[in-house]
Design a protein around this ligand. Structure first.
Ligand code: SF4
Length: 244
């Protein structure tokens, strides 16, 4: 018998997952240090050049059927539970996890996952009512500077989406995280904050760097400016501590 497939070509009831790991300290943003299990979904609608998760979307370099195989909801929950889900945060990340929220598998996952669930998103897709109702916190990362270099501005900065997340941030349910390599990029983030009325105290600027030395050098350059603008500075604990 032929297996029923979703529009995305996945077996019905499954989601593409690149990796599930934990328990580890959440490395970034306002929940830095919290015990967390990460579930990283395949595919992304953006193509940020410095992306550190290219195995989730870069089909020119990876066979995505191998890097992000479909997993049933039951299997995802079983593995996540063995890696700390339910006894700390479970962070749904990617790729862009909200690409999958229209399917029944996503809704089943949100219903059955134990404990507090967070989502990391690039701010181009609004949370569905089911997602918004279940997810305790959204880490929202609009792309600017080097991160945004490969995608048109209208694709990566969608006004209606930024406004929807700004409302969640006002309610204390979302925080914005901008990755910036230098002061010019911090100013670019500040322009987005101003243009879309994002609440300033819910903004974290994270120095660009995929190793501890690069992160620290960028951080030293921008920290004062980030403070003067009224934003917060984000760590990358997994880099600076050399943990997962
Ligand atoms: S939005 Fe995130 S996962 Fe997608 S390409 Fe950009 S950094 Fe990578």
């Amino acid at each position: 018998m032929k297996t029923r497939q979703t529009k995305a070509g996945l077996p019905a009831g499954s989601l593409p997952v690149q990796e599930i790991f934990g328990p580890v300290p959440q490395g970034e943003g306002p929940f830095m240090g919290r015990r967390a299990c990460f579930v990283r979904f395949g595919r992304c609608n953006l193509h940020c050049p410095p992306c550190d998760s290219k195995k989730t979307w870069d089909s020119s370099r990876y066979d995505l059927r191998e890097t992000c195989p479909p997993r049933t909801v039951e299997n995802i929950i079983q593995i996540a539970a063995a890696h700390g889900a339910g006894s700390g945060l479970t962070i749904l990340t990617g790729g862009e996890p909200l690409m999958w929220q229209r399917g029944t598998a996503w809704e089943q996952l949100l219903q059955d996952l134990p404990g507090e669930v967070h989502v990391e998103t690039n701010a181009t897709i609004a949370p569905s009512p089911v997602t918004a109702g279940r997810v305790a916190h959204f880490s929202v990362s609009p792309k600017i500077g080097r991160m945004g270099a490969a995608d048109a501005q209208k694709k990566r900065l969608v006004p209606s989406m930024l406004e929807a997340f700004a409302e969640l941030a006002q309610q204390g349910r979302a925080a914005f995280k901008f990755v910036a390599a230098d002061i010019g990029e911090v100013d670019e983030a500040a322009e987005v904050v101003r243009a879309f009325h994002l609440p300033q105290d819910r903004v974290w600027v994270m120095p660009l760097g995929d190793d501890a030395a690069t992160w620290a050098a960028a951080g030293a350059d921008i920290a004062d400016h980030v403070m003067q603008l009224g934003f917060n500075l984000s760590g990358r604990l997994h880099l600076t501590l050399g943990v997962r």
